[in-house]
Every structure is written in structure tokens, then in C-alpha cells.
Design a binder for this molecule. Structure first.
Ligand code: COA
Length: 376
């Protein structure tokens, strides 16, 4: 017997910032900073008191990550070797916050694609790894801007925020507590990235996505059945950000690098790939789905090598771009939004009955799977 309330994905939405930074532009700015730093500390470097900084390279970035460019909300200050951080005018409280603004853009896109009136939405979950402030919740601000009568709250599970949000929304629908839930993931990751750190300065980009999770009874004819969701967390210090209101140091100061994103990239690679591949295989078995029969994988977009390995373990062969599309090359790592961008941009061509997997993984560690089947 079908359960009374069945959650589906009615539509997704995307907001992409206007400005993009190529690897060449990024490396030119980083290397200018390195030159200035080494010149300013020449005596101390000669005396062996300060380590000279090493330049970055376009070739390394592309080979190590698959990233060729990333969108940002504030290009000029990020590329200015004297600033190397996003900057914008602080807005008065009466104005929509920047994070809410891009979330609203993505949400409107999803609502329009579903042909849904905001008045029919019951809840907004702002699921992202970088909230602009602790309260009032970004979700409540987005809810108000869209004219939604109901409730909203923020949730942060780093790169897995969107899939955790989808399961939370699906559970509200299964329980009959809501019929239509917007999961909004505005990610201004340029704010948590240490643009002066050679090992990671190329990783992140800004974007916003939205996923409209609804009761099958009200969804448009073309939609995605949610076949099953699974979440997992395992504590690790290998991806960490110590920024918070209990820390006094300003994140821009050199001695406060741990108040921005830091990672042990190689350990992350080694530990997360097997964990996620196994989780996908276990969940496919639970759902009685043949993983090799999946038409497409929309994987978290952190690193092309990680995705290649995970896809291979799941599908049993090297996946091509059609089976495991990448948006890393143009968007970079957009934290929780990555797998949703991939789904949003590369799902229209699937046929009714085709199955696929949205999967995220990242800090925590955290990982989430959402198996879907196209209907209509
Ligand atoms: N430009 C040129 N060379 C660089 C460089 C840069 N920007 N950054 C590092 N290197 C060099 C290092 O100096 C090192 O040189 P050595 O071997 O001579 O000592 C070499 O490249 C390897 O450095 P390492 O940091 O170990 O690189 P890596 O190959 O592991 O790639 C990541 C780094 C971060 C791209 C990779 O580990 C990764 O993607 N891991 C997955 C984790 C992830 O993406 N997490 C995001 C959050 S989910």
C-alpha cells in the first residue's frame, strides 16, 4: 500500500552570480600577493625567521581539482592582493540581507518552474554551510520576502546541508506536517575561504539553489519521486572552521587562519571516498535498486578525482560526463549547492522511469543520499 503522504521533488531553482574568476585571474592575484609578502619580509626570510610564500599555479589547480573558474558575489576585492576577501556595503536591517537575497532568487526560480504560488508553501529550510548571522534565521527572512505563511529555520550540515534539508522536508511531508517545503541553499562560500592559502585558495565559489519538496498529491505532472533518503555523520577534524561568536579574532588577521575553512585535503580524499561509495551501495541495496542501473549520479562537486572514484565504485565502470556530470569546472566547489546545481542543469533530458542519485559529502564528516525517479 502507498503511504498517504509521499514526498517528491517538484522543481529546483538556481541563482548564479554575474561575475566569474578564471584560474588565470586568481593565480595572477595570488602570486602578486606572494611577491609583495616576500618583498616585505625579505630580511626576515634571509635571516631564516620567516618562510617565504610559494606561488600558485593554474596547472596545479586544474589537475588537483578539476576547477577552471568560480562565480563570486564580489570579484574586485577578492582579486585585490591588498584585500583578498569579499566586501560589500553593510545593509540596514530594513533591507533584505545579501544571503537571503540570493536564496530568494533561487527559490523564485523553483516556484516558477513548478507553477507554484508562494502562498501554497508551508515551510522554508535555509540549509547551507555559511549563514550570514545567527538570528533572526535566514529562512525566516526568505519566508517573509516570498510571502510564505508558515515556518522556517536554518540548518547547517556543511556541504551536506541540502541533502539533509531534503530529508527533513520529506519527513515533514511523510508525517503530514507540511505539503510543500522549500529547501534553500544560498552559499556565499567566498566569505569562508582563505584566499591567501595556496593549498585551498582555488576551491570555492558562490551560488544559491532551491529544491521544492512536495506531497505527490499536489506536484506538477513532471516531477521526481523520492525513492529514499539516507544521512550519515562521522566526526572528523579534517575539514574545519573555528569561526564563531565565541572567537574574538577577526578572520582577516593572519593569526586567525583557523577562523576560515581549513582542511587536510589528502586525508579527506582518502577517507570520504570509500565511506560515501559504501553508503550509496548499502542504500541502493536497501531500496532494492541496482546501482549499475542508475541513469545518472549528481554528486557533490568538491573534486573531480573524488567524483571519478565514487562513480566508478557505484556504477562498476568509469563514468562518462553523461552518467556523472560535473559543474566543478565553471562553479568550483559551492558546498551544499554543488549536487543540486548538477541536478538542476543536467536532469531535463532524463525519461520517465529513469532513476538517479543526488549525493553530498563534506565537513563533519557528513554525507547524504537522495535516490530519485523521474515521473510524468
Ligand atoms: N599551486 C601549485 N602547487 C601547489 C598548490 C598550488 N596552489 N597547492 C599545493 N601545491 C603543491 C604542494 O606544494 C605539494 O607539492 P610537493 O608534492 O612538492 O610537496 C603538492 O602540490 C601536493 O599538495 P597537496 O595539498 O597534497 O595537494 P593535493 O594533490 O592533495 O590536492 C586538494 C589538494 C585540496 C585539491 C585535494 O587534496 C582535494 O581536493 N581533496 C579533496 C578534499 C576537498 O575537496 N574538500 C573540499 C571540501 S568537501
Amino acid at each position: 500500500m502507498q503511504p498517504t503522504h509521499r514526498p517528491v521533488i517538484s522543481a529546483t531553482g538556481l541563482f548564479t552570480p554575474e561575475d566569474s574568476i578564471t584560474n588565470a585571474e586568481l593565480v595572477a592575484s595570488f602570486n602578486a600577493y606572494v611577491e609583495r609578502f616576500n618583498a616585505a619580509h625579505a630580511d626576515a626570510i634571509t635571516a631564516g625567521e620567516v618562510e617565504p610564500l610559494e606561488p600558485s599555479s593554474v596547472e596545479f589547480i586544474e589537475k588537483a581539482s578539476g576547477i577552471k573558474a568560480r562565480y563570486v558575489m564580489a570579484k574586485e576585492p577578492v582579486l585585490d592582493p591588498e584585500i583578498m576577501a569579499p566586501r560589500w556595503e553593510e545593509r540596514p536591517d530594513e533591507e533584505l540581507s545579501i544571503l537571503a537575497e540570493i536564496g530568494v532568487e533561487a527559490a523564485r526560480d523553483a516556484l516558477e518552474r513548478a507553477g507554484r504560488d508562494a502562498a501554497d508553501v508551508d515551510a522554508v529550510l535555509c540549509a547551507a554551510s555559511n549563514m550570514q548571522r545567527p538570528y533572526p534565521a535566514m529562512a525566516v527572512e526568505i519566508q517573509q520576502a516570498l510571502g510564505i505563511d508558515g515556518f522556517g529555520f536554518d540548518m547547517n550540515v556543511a556541504c551536506s546541508s541540502a541533502t539533509f534539508g531534503i530529508q527533513t522536508a520529506a519527513d515533514y511531508i511523510r508525517a503530514g506536517n507540511a505539503k510543500s517545503v522549500l529547501v534553500v541553499s544560498p552559499e556565499i562560500t567566498s566569505g569562508h575561504l582563505n584566499w591567501r592559502d595556496r593549498d585551498s585558495h582555488f576551491i570555492f565559489g558562490d551560488v544559491a539553489t532551491a529544491v521544492l519538496v512536495e506531497d505527490a498529491a499536489m506536484t506538477p505532472a513532471v516531477h521526481w519521486d523520492i525513492l529514499g533518503t539516507r544521512l550519515k555523520t562521522v566526526f572528523s577534524n579534517n575539514i574545519r572552521n573555528n569561526f564563531g561568536f565565541l572567537n574574538r579574532a577577526h578572520p582577516d588577521t593572519a593569526d586567525a587562519a583557523d577562523k576560515l575553512f581549513v582542511q587536510e585535503g589528502r586525508k579527506v580524499f582518502k577517507e570520504v571516498v570509500p565511506m560515501v561509495a559504501q553508503m550509496i551501495l548499502d542504500e541502493a541495496e536497501r531500496l532494492e535498486l541496482d546501482p549499475q542501473g542508475l541513469r545518472r549520479l549528481w554528486l557533490h562537486q568538491a573534486n573531480a578525482g573524488m567524483n571519478r572514484l565514487i562513480a566508478q565504485r557505484v556504477l562498476g565502470h568509469e563514468a562518462d560526463a553523461d552518467e556523472s556530470p560535473t559543474v566543478l569546472d565553471t562553479y568550483g566547489n559551492t558546498s551544499s549547492a554543488g549536487s543540486i546545481i548538477a541536478f538542476h542543469l543536467h536532469s531535463e533530458d532524463l525519461r520517465p522511469g529513469d532513476t538517479g542519485l543526488i549525493c553530498s559529502f563534506g565537513a563533519g564528516y557528513s554525507a547524504g543520499t537522495v535516490f530519485v525517479r523521474k515521473e510524468g
